[in-house]
Design a protein around this ligand. Structure first.
Ligand code: B16
Ligand code: MG
Length: 219
């Protein structure tokens, strides 16, 4: 029996993936990396440092960035991102999420947040959804990021649930891999092609309803 639901944040609850993109695009421009759709997809769910490495790999130039320069680029990105986060309101919650969270609460599911972002609590506060989540995984306490299962395994443990009592929801291919590796039922939000490993894929968050999920289990 499913008792808990573990959420990714960016791209599932809030439209922050767009904001991350805006901030990273500026870094890409600064270092001369070409911004592509596939680069943008590969950054989803990936930590700040690892995202920067992916961008630097796309730089054709011969300049090697040292640790201090990398730290500066990562800090610049975060400052830019936080300025964008400061302007967030309830309008930045993705469609259908509030009714979905309400129905989960109403049906006594326990909710946890498994975001790779160090800014996730701030984002949840800005959009007024903190009270729905009994547990928020601190990504700074993890040794490995997505696609490693650690973040989802930790979330299930924090809820005192076994993996097979949980569902995980993700918009990133890396995130789906992490949920699957944790032996948690995976729901992907987005394109079937990109999220082909998910147990179910919904095209957008509007389709994320208890009825739609239950339908799958009753098949
Ligand atoms: P920060 P998620 C991830 O959050 C984002 O998808 C990813 O683009 C971002 O780089 C990462 O968080 C780290 O975020 O720089 O705020 O610590 O999708 O796992 O909720
Ligand atoms: Mg995400």
């Amino acid at each position: 029996d499913i008792k808990g639901v573990i959420f990714d944040l960016d791209g599932v609850i809030s439209n922050t993936s767009r904001l991350h993109n805006v901030a990273w695009q500026q870094v890409a421009k600064q270092v001369g990396a070409q911004w592509t759709e596939s680069l943008s997809n590969n950054l989803k769910g990936v930590s700040r440092q690892d995202s920067l490495e992916l961008i630097l790999q796309a730089v054709p130039a011969d300049h090697q960035y040292n640790e201090r320069e990398k730290q500066e680029l990562a800090n610049d990105k975060n400052k830019h991102y936080l300025r964008l986060v400061d302007n967030m309101t309830k309008n930045d919650i993705l469609p259908g999420i509030v009714p979905f969270l309400e129905s989960l609460k109403h049906n006594n599911y326990q909710l946890a947040l498994a975001s790779a972002s160090k800014n996730s609590s701030r984002v949840l506060e800005k959009i007024g959804l903190s009270h729905y989540f009994s547990e928020i995984v601190d990504p700074q306490k993890l040794s490995k990021g997505k696609p490693d299962p650690e973040i989802f395994t930790t979330a299930a443990k924090l809820l005192s649930l076994k993996p097979d009592q949980c569902i995980g929801i993700e918009d990133a291919a890396m995130g789906i891999q992490a949920i699957n590796a944790a032996n948690i039922f995976s729901i992907g939000i987005g394109e079937q092609d990109i999220l082909k490993d998910a147990d179910i894929v919904f095209e957008n968050t509007n389709l994320l309803t208890l009825n739609n999920i239950r339908e799958y289990f009753e098949q």
